[in-house]
Design a binder for this molecule. Structure first.
Ligand code: ADP
Ligand code: NI
Length: 217
């Protein structure tokens, strides 16, 4: 199969799986991640076929998307196997998908990260920041019945993937617990630059949110 055919098949498969996804992980998230990844790839390099296939499939088995306690990697892996790709290519893609998420970063050591890993992870993380990041966070919170903000609780610091997954805090707290940390966890210089404005915008939003909440506006 030509690479362009594999990409078309993958787009079709992912669109179908993520149709109507209500937690901010729909097909348009994937399209935005692809656009960001393309920008990063143009200045950082890497193997575009690995980057593109990985980002297209990165969320199809995510526990948030399938609404389960754990990720299901067989969805992406079985699909790739049907595309008659080399075992090496499938392994390169699956290695990234299995280790790139924020919840995994508590447990996995910072081993050697491939350039493709760095670009896909940075692109996914950039889409969790800024105006889009704010919209996605509240969409996620709404889908789980979480409060916008709970003034009686404080943001937590998580030390393990299990602890993080069990968190039930308000969406406002999710910014302090995760989204504001992402800027310093990015891999590539190009992504770090893009993140600055997005991070600043979120901080402005959070300050305004609290001022309005407290009747100071
Ligand atoms: P990861 O798997 O690394 O967390 P994803 O792209 O799959 O990355 O999902 C991250 C998105 O999910 C973020 O945009 C974030 O806003 C949303 N999200 C995850 N957990 C929460 C939460 N507890 N509250 C609000 N949003 C959340
Ligand atoms: Ni994602």
């Amino acid at each position: 199969m030509e690479p362009s055919e594999v990409i078309r098949n993958t787009e079709r498969f992912v669109k179908e799986r993520l149709k109507g996804e209500p937690t901010g992980h729909d097909w348009y998230h994937v399209e935005r991640v692809r656009n960001i990844a393309n920008t990063l790839y143009e200045s950082e390099g890497g193997d575009w076929l690995i980057i593109e296939l990985t980002l297209l499939l990165h969320d199809v088995g995510d526990r948030k998307v399938i609404n389960e306690d754990d990720d299901d990697y067989t969805i992406a892996e079985n699909f790739l196997t049907q595309q008659e790709l080399s075992p090496e290519l499938i392994e390169a893609i699956m290695n990234i998908i299995k280790t790139m998420s924020f919840s995994k970063s508590f447990d996995t050591q910072a081993e050697e990260k491939s350039l493709e890993f760095q670009i896909v992870q940075d692109s996914d993380r950039l889409d969790a920041l800024g105006a889009i990041g704010i919209a996605r966070a509240f969409a996620f919170g709404g889908s789980r019945g979480r409060a916008l903000y709970d003034p009686e609780h404080q943001a937590q610091t998580y030390h393990s993937s299990e602890e993080y997954k069990k968190s039930e805090g308000s969406t406002f707290h999710h910014f302090e617990e995760k989204l504001l940390l992402l800027k310093d966890l990015l891999n590539t210089d190009t992504a770090k630059k893009i993140a600055e404005e997005r991070d600043e915008f979120m901080r402005t939003f959070l300050k305004e949110f609290l001022d309005e909440w407290n009747g100071q506006k």
